[in-house]
Design a binder for this molecule. Structure first.
Ligand code: HEC
Length: 194
């Protein structure tokens, strides 16, 4: 008598178990995906909520330059961080303050009392050692992080690594730049984003 081969009860059980496992695993994987997806979307929402800022680069080699956003703590500094424009250019009060800050940080010693040049070059333009200094963003980066050819960084926390409170703040530097621009033909805001 020929008998048809039949699945043993054991084999049926195994098949059921593996099906159950498969369902379980698939379910877990789906769960996982959901978590990741919602994690991503909340990160995106956060990024959209915070305002875009300009990106700084060093004058030495054009590499990214991180400056803590909280250092931009005045309305003018905050505006500069977003637009790259220096709101103090042409403003008498800021220019007068900038002249004092220029003396305070010894810029005078190297660049002369009217920024016409001494040991260091003239800062009044329109031509610069570093072409980017024709823009306010470029000049800001040059003074903040220094140059390859003889000027150290003046930015807060960089001027004297042993004292993080030492150095020029973004607001002070914008006033200094406004004073420098008051001696030259450029406003520096002509091509603000470059
Ligand atoms: C110890 C001397 C010294 C002091 C202090 C100093 N500088 Fe300079 N600065 C230089 C020298 C030297 C250069 C030229 C560097 C180079 O070509 O790489 C320079 C270059 C610059 C440039 C670039 C000019 C260009 O032609 O592109 C700017 C802008 C500038 N200084 C601003 C300032 C400001 C603002 C201060 C004060 C916060 C200051 N410097 C303090 C010596 C100094």
């Amino acid at each position: 008598m020929a008998t048809l081969p039949q699945a043993s009860p054991n084999a049926t059980l195994r098949a059921k178990t593996s099906l159950a496992l498969l369902v379980l695993v698939t379910g877990l994987a789906a769960c996982d995906k959901q978590t990741t997806a919602s994690g991503e979307s909340s990160a995106k929402t956060e990024a959209a909520a915070s305002t875009e800022t300009i990106k700084f680069v060093t004058t030495q080699d054009g590499s990214p330059l991180e400056i803590k956003p909280e250092l931009f703590d005045t309305p003018a500094a905050k505006e500069f961080l977003v637009t790259g424009k220096n709101p103090y250019v042409g403003k008498e009060d800021a220019i007068a303050a900038g002249k004092k800050i220029f003396q305070l940080y010894s810029c005078t010693q190297c660049h002369g009392p009217e920024a016409g040049g001494q040991v260091g070059p003239a800062l009044t333009g329109p031509n610069y050692n570093y072409a980017k200094d024709a823009t306010n963003k470029g000049m800001f980066e040059t003074v903040w992080h220094g140059t390859n050819g003889g000027m150290g960084a003046k930015g807060k926390g960089l001027m004297d690594p042993s004292d993080p409170n030492n150095g020029i703040t973004p607001d002070e530097l914008l006033k200094v730049i406004a004073w420098i621009r008051s001696h030259g033909q450029l406003t520096g805001n002509e091509d603000a984003a470059s």
